[in-house]
Design a protein around this ligand. Structure first.
Ligand code: NAP
Length: 282
């Protein structure tokens, strides 16, 4: 079998960042303003702190303004809602993200749903998700947008293929499943209660690992020629798929790191710039 294609998210994200920087400079020349992304971070969960800082550095590379607003882990849903409403009404803010996960006493989905739809650049509100499901224009989950962009970049055929998404979270599993469905794949969504996961995976042309369990999905569970998208990111820089062995079976795969992660961040930036552009043309 031919060697697997590495779906290089880092390379594609770098190219998109370069294009975006030029677009942002032109916008700055025209308006004397820059698109602004605000991230709300609750608590000091180490991976979340890392992600938030990675997003800030990416904003700086592209010329976007970026604020990180931190809350103590004991904060309340009401305090967060107050801040989100303030940001919704702040005309200088184009994108708002609440870093997932927040502590369990917070009503995360209520916070997500409070973000103004035109600033919901991670597509996390019910309204944005519902629009996307119905193929209406909306901001979408940045990770799922990044995955679709990567598949398109490498001309991976989606229409008619059987895609198995392992994981059904609101921020990742469900949105990528719906985006693949919109691209005319046939979808199976697996989760922790799924029986016969290995048999289901044997039928998959495309697998998205989105379960958050290091190297859980094993090479021998896949059929030859499968396309593997590893969205997982776990301690030790490893994904959800045992890629060392699976890369010999796959026709294409995303490395970890350097696959889905950079595409997620650049997709957030793309949607923040689009939000700014819509604002200035109103
Ligand atoms: P999550 O909210 O914890 O959801 C995990 C999902 O996986 C749940 O639906 C769960 O099923 C399912 N699951 C857990 N164990 C399973 C098993 N043994 N078999 C089948 N399904 C199983 O996680 P998440 O926020 O979606 O994140 C998933 C992974 O993606 C994490 O590694 C995270 O770090 C990574 N991630 C990466 C990016 C990126 O930019 N690369 C962005 C977001 C997330 P139930 O619903 O039944 O509990």
């Amino acid at each position: 079998m031919e060697e697997a294609i590495i779906l290089n998210g880092r390379k594609l994200a770098d190219r998109i960042e370069n294009e975006l920087s030029k677009r942002v400079e032109e916008l700055y020349i025209a308006t004397n303003k820059r698109p602004k992304l605000v991230t709300i971070l609750v608590g000091d969960f180490a991976p979340s702190v890392t992600y938030v800082n990675m997003k800030k550095r990416a904003c700086e590379r592209v010329g976007l303004d970026c604020d990180i607003i931190t809350f103590n882990e004991n904060t309340t849903t009401d305090k967060l809602l107050e801040k989100i409403n303030e940001l919704n009404n702040d005309d200088s803010v184009d994108g708002i993200i609440i870093q997932h996960p927040v502590p369990s006493h917070i009503n995360e989905q209520h916070c997500f749903n409070t973000v103004a739809v035109n600033k919901d650049v991670d597509g996390v509100s019910f309204y944005s998700f519902g629009k996307m499901c119905n193929k209406e224009k909306a901001f979408v989950s940045a990770t799922s947008l990044g995955i679709i962009k990567l598949l398109k970049e490498y001309d991976i055929k989606i229409a008619g293929k059987h895609a198995v998404v392992v994981g059904r979270s609101a921020i990742l599993g469900k949105p990528i499943a719906m985006q693949l469905l919109n691209a005319n794949a046939t979808i199976t969504i697996a989760h922790s209660k799924t029986e016969n996961l290995k048999e289901i995976l044997q039928q998959a042309d495309i697998v998205v690992g989105a379960l958050g369990r290091p190297k859980y999905l094993q090479a021998e569970w896949f059929k030859k020629g499968v396309v593997l998208i590893d969205a997982g990111y776990n301690a030790g820089n490893v994904g959800d798929i045992d890629l060392e062995n699976a890369s010999e079976i796959a026709s294409a795969y995303t490395p970890v790191p350097g696959g889905v992660g950079p595409m997620t961040i650049v997709s957030l930036l793309i949607q923040t710039v689009e939000s700014f552009e819509e604002k200035i043309t109103k």
